[in-house]
Design a binder for this molecule. Structure first.
Ligand SMILES: [Zn+2]
Length: 178
């Protein structure tokens, strides 16, 4: 939804540019904002070795927190640094769009996925940090208690949801004294 809004805003803001430039920027934003999550699909097939390629099976696998490893190459500060350097160097509109869309996506991932894990979500998006933990999901994300998925589209739009509103680490603080 945010990607659609960002693409629409970009088209409006760049309406005085040649059409090819408007399309290049908006296409980059769409790729960075939405298709960046293709690395989940790459993990699913090549790292998790899952063979059920139905969209619902793929979605539930992640929403239920069943993944064993999280390589997630595109969700990496290190790659962002390289792409931002390339963007400044090359002055390319599609790449600029990709970086803008992907930065928006990563910001939202940082905000919303923080509710799901007791571990540091800021550290999680470092490729080096994940590699140092051999990409093991439990070591990186803990074992969040997640609500069971409810229908494809509801799950697609809501994503993984914790069973309680407070992160696992906050539970100890809210437990009444003995
Ligand atoms: Zn993401």
């Amino acid at each position: 939804m945010t990607t659609v809004a960002a693409c629409a805003a970009s088209v409006v803001l760049t309406r005085d540019l040649p059409l090819a430039d408007t399309v290049a920027l908006a296409g980059g934003i769409a790729t960075g904002g939405f298709l960046i999550d293709v690395d989940h699909a790459i993990d699913y097939v090549f790292v998790e070795r899952q063979r059920d390629l139905r969209p619902g099976a793929f979605l539930n696998y992640y929403v239920e927190g069943r993944m064993r490893r999280t390589v997630l190459a595109l969700h990496s500060y290190e790659l962002f640094a390289v792409l931002i350097a390339a963007m400044l160097w090359l002055n390319s509109l599609p790449l600029t769009g990709y970086v803008l869309g992907a930065l928006m996506h990563l910001t939202l991932d940082l905000m919303f996925n923080a509710e799901l894990t007791p571990r540091s979500i800021a550290a999680f998006y470092s490729f080096t940090y994940r590699a140092a933990h051999r990409f093991e999901a439990v070591a990186l994300l803990g074992r969040p208690e997640l609500r069971p998925p409810s229908g494809f589209w509801a799950t697609f739009f809501s994503g993984a949801q914790p069973t309680r509103a407070t992160p696992v680490t906050a539970v100890a603080e809210t437990t009444p004294p003995a």
